[in-house]
Design a binder for this molecule. Structure first.
Ligand code: ASP
Length: 376
């Protein structure tokens, strides 16, 4: 191909600027104030809605919302009290995207900072970078005036100790195996029960919880997406990631395009659940692009879910080993939550259905996700 001269280049640039990126999403109505979040985000949605109604920026609103969950020691999947890595150290991932300015920021494997979403926002606002990781991210947070703190609670420390013991159990979870995406492994034996003797000061309930967590490393996270009546959108995803992970493991939450993506000309999307699966399908970006091509939020979410199932050749036995959810909010306020499975197993053996939080101006409520498979 002949190289272009300067004039042709300039003409090309002007043409590119005038050409719309793609056909518009098939949205119908005018934008309205809507906040959606993962199921742990009822309070988060209420806070974000209150701020959006007061005319605050959509990103300030979602970050203030997720801060509630990050600072909650009882939520073991996000921020302070999140379950730690293999070495007992809490490492957090977070990302933000600001629709009006089309900017993004993220931090990964950051230690010692309770609210990583604030640091992701600072990366976006105060640096020329998009992503900071590990020690650099912590140092940046400290330079910005954040205090480095121990993020372990007594409960999360106990759960980590129990997990370490459970490594001896053949059905215990180990990071040092072929991985879920490898060909199927043999099913293991039943876990042992009695830990009270070893941890006499822990309550039976805490120990039962810790044992469950050791064998079923938690996936949690909060994703929150906001739209205001001016059509401005922002999103945030924040997590302590997969419990007992190898230090330095980064999930999907801080990966722009996987755990979060916002293009307010179309909509936004986010995810919770096993990040490894999401990264392989660039979930949030794929959902936004499918909406841009005219799919509804629900169709877009389920299309990407089917790609995840396809990555396992629709092998239900292996797919049953994880959960993953997507959330999508279109620029006209139409939204959807979708999950791989209809529900997830509780410690007592019962199932709880997969849901997500919504606030459209009144009280926050939970709605059921559409799902790909029925968990029996
Ligand atoms: N997506 C998060 C991660 O893989 C975990 C989760 O949502 O539970 O790090």
């Amino acid at each position: 191909m002949m190289p272009l001269n300067r004039r042709q280049l300039l003409a090309g640039t002007a043409m590119a600027a005038a050409t719309p990126l793609a056909s518009p999403a098939q949205s119908t109505g005018a934008p309205k104030n809507i906040i959606i979040a993962s199921a742990n985000g009822l309070e988060c949605c209420a806070k974000a809605m209150q701020m959006v109604k007061a005319g605050r920026d959509t990103l300030d609103a979602v970050v203030a919302g997720v801060n509630i969950v990050e600072l909650d020691p009882k939520d073991n999947s996000v921020g302070y009290g999140g379950l730690p890595n293999e070495e007992g150290v809490v490492e957090l991932d977070a990302s933000v995207m600001h629709g009006p300015t089309r900017r993004a920021g993220s931090v990964a494997a950051i230690r010692g900072i309770k609210t990583p979403s604030n640091i992701a926002k600072l990366v976006m606002e105060q640096t020329d970078h998009v992503m900071l990781v590990g020690e650099g991210a912590t140092r940046f947070a400290k330079a910005m005036g954040y205090k480095e703190e121990d993020l372990l609670t007594e409960e999360s420390r106990l759960a980590w100790l129990v997990w370490k013991r459970m490594l001896k159990n053949p059905s215990g979870h180990s990071n040092w195996s072929d991985g879920l995406d490898a060909p199927p492994a043999k099913p293991g034996a039943k876990p042992s029960a009695a830990l009270q003797r070893l941890f006499p000061n822990a309550s039976a309930d805490t120990l039962a919880w810790a044992e469950w967590m050791a064998l079923h490393p938690t996936t949690g996270t909060i994703n929150c997406l906001a739209l205001n009546s001016k059509g401005e959108m922002s999103g945030c995803t924040t997590t302590s990631g997969l419990a007992w992970k190898i230090p330095g493991r980064v999930g999907d939450s801080p990966v722009i395009g996987a755990g979060l993506y916002v293009d307010q000309e179309v909509g936004g999307a986010g995810s919770t659940g096993r990040g490894e699966e999401n990264i392989r399908v660039a979930g949030a970006h794929s959902i936004v692009e499918l909406m841009r091509a005219g799919r509804s939020p629900q169709e877009a979410v389920m299309e990407v879910m089917k790609r995840i199932a396809r990555n396992y050749d629709n092998d239900l036995a292996r797919l049953a080993k994880f959960d993953i959810n997507f959330y999508a909010l279109r620029k006209d306020g139409v939204f959807a939550g979708g999950s791989l499975w209809s529900g997830t197993q509780r410690r007592d053996g019962s199932f709880t259905s997969q849901q997500f939080a919504v606030n459209d101006g009144g009280a926050s409520r939970l709605e059921n996700c559409v799902h790909l498979y029925e968990r029996k």
